[in-house]
Design a protein around this ligand. Structure first.
Ligand SMILES: [Zn+2]
Length: 567
C-alpha cells in the first residue's frame, strides 16, 4: 500500500473531531438542528485552519442517510463525499486554470435538482481568485438561489471579495487553532501510530505550526520520514534549522556582557548551520517575555520557555528587557523589507549589546570601539560627560542658514560611483571621535527643515533615511538599510550637494559617504580586529577622489539660465 500523508489519513470526519473552531461548529450544528440552512456560506481564515474540511463535513451532515445533521461516514452518501465522487457535492478550486470553466459549468447545471442526496453543495475554494466574469456569473446564481442548493465559499482573503457577494453569504471566521488543540491532535496521532516523541519536541513542533493544523501534520510527516521513531528536540532543531535553548541563552548573555567577538562568531555559526533567523528572533522574544514576567512576579511557575537557572544567567533589569524587546520587535517587522536578514539580525544584536544602563541611551558600536582606546577611569568618564554637555551648547546655534546652497546641482539618480576601499573607511574610523559625531546628532532635527528646500530637499530626504556612524572633521560616513540610498549618496555628481547639507548640520566641509549596514558591520569588525591585534594604522590624509570644495560644473540648462539673466 502506498504511503498516505498524515493530514489525509487524519482528516477530521465529523464536527467533533475538528481541532478548534468550536464557535463555528456550534452555529452550524444549531442550524442543522433547526433546519435553517442558508443558501451561501463564506468560510474565511488563515490557511490550514480547516475551512474545506469543515465544508465537507457540513456537506455530509446535509446528505447523510442516517438522518439530517448526522455524519455517519458509512452510508453511500457519506462514502461518496469522502471519496470525492458524490454527484451533488462539487468542489471547485477557483485558483486553478479550470476555475472559470468550472463556474460556467456550475451556473449552467445549478438549476437541476440533486441526484443522490437532499442537497446540492458547491464548495468553491480560494474564491477570491475568481475572475470578474466568473464572479458575475456566480453573483447571478446567488441572487436567485435554486431550492436545496448550498454554496460554501472558502477564502484566505475575504477583503478581496465584492460587497455584493459578501452581503449574500453567512460569514464564518476561522481562527488559528490554539497550541493546546494542535498539541492534543498530534498527541493522539502519535499514540495511534505507535511513535515515540519527546514532549519538548512535540511542543516545539506545535509552535512551528503557528496555528495551522494542516501545517502541523505535514511537519509531523516530515519528522517521521526523517527520524522514524524516538523523536527528540534535537531532531526538530536539525530538521527545521532551529537553535537550541542553550545557544539562544548564550547569545543573550553575550549581548548582556557586551562580548562582541562571541556575538559575531555565534551569529556566523548560526549562518553556516542554516539557522532560521526569523524564527530565532521570535524565540529570543519568547525568552525575554519569560524574563520580564519573572522579574515582575518572581513566580517560577510562570516560566514557559526557560528554567530558573537560565533566569540566573541573565540578571537583566526590567528597563533593559523592555529595550531589548522593542529592538527585536522592530527588527522582526523590518525583516520582510530587507534583502539581507542575517545582516539586520547582526546589527540588532549589536544594538542590544550597546545598551547602557547608566546613560539610559543606546551607544553606537563605533563609539564603544573608540572608547576602548581611552583609559576607563571613572573620573575620566565624568569629565567626558561634562565636555559633551559643553559641546551641545556650543553647536546648538549653528543653523543651515550659515551655509549657501545656491550652487548645488540638481540631485541625480544615476551617475559615477565614488571609489573607496575598506582601508579608507578604517582610516576615517581612526580619526573619528564621539565629540564630532555628537555635533551632527544634536543638529539632526535641522534636516527636517531642509526637506522642502528647493535646492537640497532631495538631498536632505535621502540623508534622513540614514544614520550617521563615523564622523571626523574631513569625512562623515552614514549607513542605510536601503541600497538605493547608499548608491545615490555615493555618486560623484551628488557629492557637493550632500557635503553642503552635512555642512549645515555639522559646520565642517567634508566628504560624505554611505555604506550598507552589512558593509558597515564589516568595517567595524575589521577595525576591532586590528585594534585587538594592536595593528591599527595611524591616521593619514583621506584621499578619496571627490570634489567638495569648489563649485561643481554647471549643467547646460543652468548656464543658459544664467546667460538669460545677464550674469
Ligand atoms: Zn452518512
Amino acid at each position: 500500500m502506498s504511503y498516505k500523508a498524515l493530514y489525509r489519513t487524519y482528516r477530521p470526519m465529523t464536527f467533533d473531531e475538528v481541532a478548534g473552531q468550536k464557535h463555528i461548529i456550534q452555529t452550524l450544528k444549531n442550524a442543522l438542528k433547526e433546519n435553517k440552512i442558508a443558501h451561501a456560506y463564506l468560510f474565511c481564515g488563515p490557511r490550514g485552519t480547516g475551512k474545506t474540511t469543515m465544508a465537507r463535513i457540513f456537506a455530509k451532515a446535509l446528505n447523510c442517510e442516517k438522518g439530517f445533521g448526522e455524519q455517519c461516514n458509512e452510508c453511500e452518501n457519506c462514502r461518496a463525499i469522502i471519496e470525492g465522487r458524490h454527484p451533488d457535492v462539487i468542489e471547485i478550486d477557483a485558483a486553478s486554470n479550470r476555475g472559470i470553466d468550472d463556474i460556467r459549468d456550475l451556473v449552467s447545471k445549478v438549476k437541476y435538482a440533486p441526484i443522490l442526496g437532499q442537497y446540492k453543495v458547491y464548495i468553491i475554494d480560494e474564491v477570491h481568485m475568481m475572475t470578474n466574469e466568473a464572479f458575475n456569473a456566480l453573483l447571478k446564481t446567488l441572487e436567485e438561489p435554486p431550492e436545496k442548493t448550498v454554496f460554501i465559499l472558502a477564502t484566505t482573503e475575504p477583503y478581496k471579495l465584492m460587497p455584493t457577494i459578501l452581503s449574500r453569504c453567512q460569514r464564518y471566521d476561522f481562527t488559528k487553532v490554539s497550541d493546546g488543540d494542535i498539541y492534543n491532535r498530534l498527541f493522539d496521532i502519535l499514540q495511534n501510530e505507535h511513535i515515540q516523541m519527546d514532549d519538548d519536541a512535540l511542543s516545539s513542533l506545535v509552535k512551528l505550526a503557528d496555528g495551522g493544523v494542516r501545517d502541523a501534520l505535514s511537519m509531523l510527516d516530515q519528522v517521521i520520514a526523517y527520524q522514524g521513531n524516538n523523536i527528540t528536540l534535537k531532531t526538530i532543531e536539525e530538521l527545521y534549522g532551529l537553535s537550541s535553548k542553550e545557544e539562544k541563552i548564550n547569545l543573550l548573555v553575550a549581548c548582556d556582557k557586551k562580548d562582541i567577538s562571541t556575538l559575531t562568531s555565534t551569529i556566523q555559526t548560526f549562518a553556516e548551520n542554516g539557522i532560521d533567523i526569523k524564527r530565532l528572533t521570535l524565540d529570543l522574544l519568547d525568552i525575554l517575555k519569560d524574563l520580564l514576567i519573572y522579574q515582575t512576579t518572581k513566580d517560577e511557575s510562570l516560566l514557559k520557555f526557560i528554567s530558573i537557572s537560565d533566569v540566573d544567567s541573565l540578571p537583566l533589569p526590567v528597563k533593559k528587557i523592555n529595550y531589548w524587546i522593542d529592538t527585536l520587535l522592530q527588527a522582526n517587522s523590518q525583516f520582510k523589507m530587507v534583502n539581507n536578514v542575517l545582516s539586520l539580525f547582526e546589527i540588532t544584536l549589536l544594538k542590544l549589546a550597546s545598551y547602557e544602563e547608566e546613560k539610559k541611551e543606546e551607544v553606537k558600536v563605533i563609539e564603544k570601539v573608540v572608547e576602548v582606546k581611552k583609559p576607563t577611569i571613572i573620573q575620566e568618564e565624568k569629565k567626558e560627560e561634562i565636555k559633551t554637555e559643553e559641546i551641545k551648547e556650543e553647536v546648538l546655534p549653528l543653523t543651515f542658514t550659515n551655509v549657501s546652497f545656491s550652487s548645488v546641482n540638481t540631485f541625480v539618480e544615476e551617475g559615477t560611483p565614488i571609489n573607496y576601499t575598506l582601508d579608507d573607511i578604517v582610516n576615517i574610523m581612526v580619526q573619528a571621535t564621539k565629540e564630532e559625531k555628537t555635533k551632527i546628532v544634536n543638529n539632526w532635527k535641522l534636516l527636517d527643515k531642509l526637506l522642502t528646500h528647493p535646492k537640497v530637499g532631495k538631498y536632505a530626504s535621502t540623508l534622513k533615511m540614514t544614520t550617521p556612524r563615523i564622523v571626523c572633521k574631513s569625512a562623515v560616513v552614514f549607513d542605510s538599510n536601503f541600497k538605493s540610498n547608499v548608491t545615490k549618496i555615493n555618486l560623484k555628481e551628488n557629492q557637493y550637494g550632500f557635503s553642503k547639507v552635512v555642512e549645515a548640520l555639522y559646520g565642517e566641509n567634508c566628504i560624505v559617504l554611505c555604506m550598507s549596514q552589512q558593509d558597515y558591520i564589516e568595517a567595524v569588525k575589521k577595525f576591532t580586529n586590528l585594534q585587538q591585534a594592536n595593528k591599527l594604522p595611524s591616521a593619514r590624509e583621506i584621499t578619496i577622489d571627490v570634489k567638495i570644495n569648489s563649485t561643481p560644473q554647471k549643467t547646460q540648462t543652468e548656464l543658459l539660465a544664467e546667460e538669460l539673466k545677464g550674469e
